[in-house]
Design a protein. Sequence first.
Length: 67
Amino acid sequence: MNQDRAYQVNQQFLRFKGKDVIIGLKNLEELEGNIITIDNFLNTVLETDNGLNVIKGGKIAFISEKQ
């Protein structure tokens, strides 16, 4: 397997990178901010007014782009 291909992130997830989003968590909490990075497991680094938040992908229920 090509080494570069092993680390490519799904384009559906990458479309959120650098965008203002709302992330809904499975505990019904919502976070708003700008996605700094995201991987294939939906592990996300979100920049908010309060700093950086690292969110494990298993806790995410949805990601929605802010309008």
